[in-house]
Design a protein around this ligand. Structure first.
Ligand code: IMP
Ligand code: MG
Length: 186
């Protein structure tokens, strides 16, 4: 059964082509910056999955991929404030590695700020963030972003890894929800 997203969709803000074109640019930039080095990619589950699988195919330096999942209190609740908990930790050491975190979206910044604090204690050689989307108007905690796909307005978006109550992550584009049809978690 094909999930019908059309009733929730107000408009598509990033088409599949726009996303893939930008990912090629980011991949080339990362490949240049890490020339002569090896990368350890950390994909933040679950939203970062699509972005990770597409961008790693555009990076030419040797790399390994690790996965990490974080959550706040209840499931399905957006991690908008404090208390971020690791629900799936990395499988290998990041000590002395060049670590690049791949995330779908940075909103308040709380999730990534906690992840960064925690990973720094493991003494990586370097630690940077690459996010597909930056919802900058909502930032509460400063997060240093080295690579950003697109800056977006303060609207709830879905598709390409981003979920609406866990659905629609598999859409190839990113759309804004119709606020009359869906109330985002706060
Ligand atoms: P932050 O800690 O507020 O930066 O939260 C980031 C997390 O909230 C992301 O990893 C997403 O899971 C989720 N999130 C924030 N904005 C959106 C959105 O517009 N659509 C879907 N998920 C979102
Ligand atoms: Mg997420």
């Amino acid at each position: 059964m094909v999930q019908d997203y059309t009733e929730y969709l107000e408009k598509i803000i990033l088409t599949e082509k726009q996303i893939q074109d930008r990912i090629k640019e980011l991949g080339a930039e990362i490949s240049r910056d890490y020339q002569g080095k090896e990368l350890l990619i950390i994909c933040i589950l679950r939203g970062g999955v699509m972005f990770t699988t597409d961008i790693v195919r555009q990076i030419s330096v040797p790399l390994a991929i690790e996965f990490m999942a974080v959550s706040s209190y209840g499931s399905g609740v957006r991690k908008s404030e404090g208390e971020v908990r690791i629900t799936l930790d990395l499988n290998s050491s990041i000590t002395d590695k060049h670590v690049l975190i791949l995330e779908d979206i940075i909103d308040s910044g709380n999730t990534l700020a906690s992840v960064i604090d925690m990973l720094k204690t493991r003494n990586p050689a370097s630690l940077f963030i690459c996010t597909l989307l930056d919802k900058y108007e909502r930032r509460e905690v400063d997060v240093p972003i080295r690579y950003c796909g697109f800056k977006i307005k303060n609207e709830f978006v879905f598709g390409y890894g981003l979920d609406m109550d866990e659905y629609y992550r598999n859409l190839p584009f990113i759309g804004v929800v119709n606020p009359e049809k869906y109330v985002p978690p706060t």
